[in-house]
Write a protein that binds this ligand. Structure first.
Ligand SMILES: NC(=O)c1ccc[n+]([C@@H]2O[C@H](COP(=O)([O-])OP(=O)(O)OC[C@H]3O[C@@H](n4cnc5c(N)ncnc54)[C@H](O)[C@@H]3O)[C@@H](O)[C@H]2O)c1
Length: 319
């Protein structure tokens, strides 16, 4: 198949593009490099520099069998400050992308949605049947794109899978997690272990969780990549899919710190500070629907493996 990967210069997009290439597909990466890096694009892929909302550019890419749409701004906290940037980049550009894809008869799209659509839920694990209640413009932008895809699928214009990832983590050696700026707990903790940062701030110790720190569900980026490949296949039998992708295991911030200390052998300088507004206490997936529909299960999402893989990849970054 010939597959368009928007955002393929980023963390999850580059890892998925690499897997698609390994499986023998042709991959076109379209990325504006607003946060991604050209070096991260697999050398075997065709790279097109541009915005995914550039209708003429997308229309000129030639025949495509599917699009995996990773491109987007990803920081919920930045979206609280600059909502207009998030709606412009994550929603308006996506709508123009879908217009272009329908125009050139691309039959399938797989979209990077997020557990941020659920907001703060009381009971874990979270299944897809829970009402959505995003707390940030970022989460709302994801839901707006999902809704657009639901309509396009209902109208028979494109088959669409929205994959709601929980916390993407781990890494392959070729594509370490290196967001710009980096706000994710595991890479920041690993940077402290490597001496690239002085200390680690942990936000909140008074959450209603077993140890008082936030609980998250870390899913290995390799498992996410595999789910995207499976979703393209599953759309042969479904017009529309909404699926959670998580490990179904909750890990607190303290669990992550303990795992980082075990893997690296370094005791971290951790500073416990006040909660940040908008951080849900817990977010743990039920991925039962993805397991059933995709025939998929996480293979590398045990926390110790996630941290060890992230550490191996991150040690290659020289700064
Ligand atoms: N990292 C996570 O834990 C997580 C969780 C849930 C959902 N997601 C979603 O997964 C997707 C990929 O996340 P990531 O962690 O790889 O982020 P990333 O920042 O590493 O990658 C995003 C890529 O999209 C590109 N991009 C942004 N806007 C663009 C546009 N308008 N046109 C073309 N390219 C554009 C950036 O340059 C970057 O290369 C995002 O949509 C994100 O919201 C990520």
């Amino acid at each position: 198949m010939r597959i368009l990967v928007t955002g393929g210069a980023g963390f999850i997009g580059s890892t998925t593009a690499e897997l698609l290439l390994d499986l023998g597909h042709d991959v076109v990466v379209l990325d504006s490099l607003v946060t991604g890096s050209r070096d991260n694009v697999p050398t075997r892929a065709t790279f097109v520099h541009g915005d995914c909302g550039d209708v003429d550019l997308v229309g000129s890419l030639g025949a495509l069998d599917a699009c995996i749409h990773f491109a987007g701004l990803i920081e919920p906290r930045a979206s609280m400050k600059y909502p207009e940037r998030f709606f412009a980049n994550n929603v308006a550009s996506s709508l123009r992308l879908f217009d272009a894809l329908v125009g050139i008869h691309v039959p399938k799209v797989v979209f990077s949605s997020s557990c941020a659509v659920y907001g703060d839920q009381d009971a874990m694990p979270i299944s897809e049947d829970r009402p959505v209640a995003p707390l940030s413009p970022y989460g709302r932008s994801k839901r707006m794109v999902e809704e657009t895809l639901e309509w396009l699928a209902t109208l028979g214009r494109i088959r669409a899978a929205s994959l709601r990832y929980f916390n993407a983590a781990g890494a392959t050696l070729a594509h370490p997690e290196a967001h710009q700026p980096e706000g994710h707990l595991i890479p920041v903790a690993l940077d402290v272990a490597a001496g690239r940062r002085g200390h680690l701030d942990v936000y909140g110790t008074d959450f209603p969780t077993p140890d008082g720190t936030c609980v998250r569900d870390y899913i290995h980026v390799s498992d996410l990549a595999a789910a995207h490949v499976a979703a393209i296949g599953a759309l042969d039998g479904h017009d529309e899919l909404i699926l959670n992708l998580g490990s179904e295991t909750g890990s607190s911030n303290r669990d992550v710190i303990n795992a980082v200390e075990r893997v690296t052998g370094v005791t971290l300088d951790v500073r416990y500070v006040a909660r940040r507004a908008g951080d849900p206490a817990a977010a743990v997936a039920s991925s039962a629907r993805a397991r059933e529909v995709l025939g998929w299960r996480p293979e590398r999402s045990d926390l110790e493996v996630v941290v060890a893989d992230a550490w191996a990849a991150r040690q290659q970054i020289s700064r």
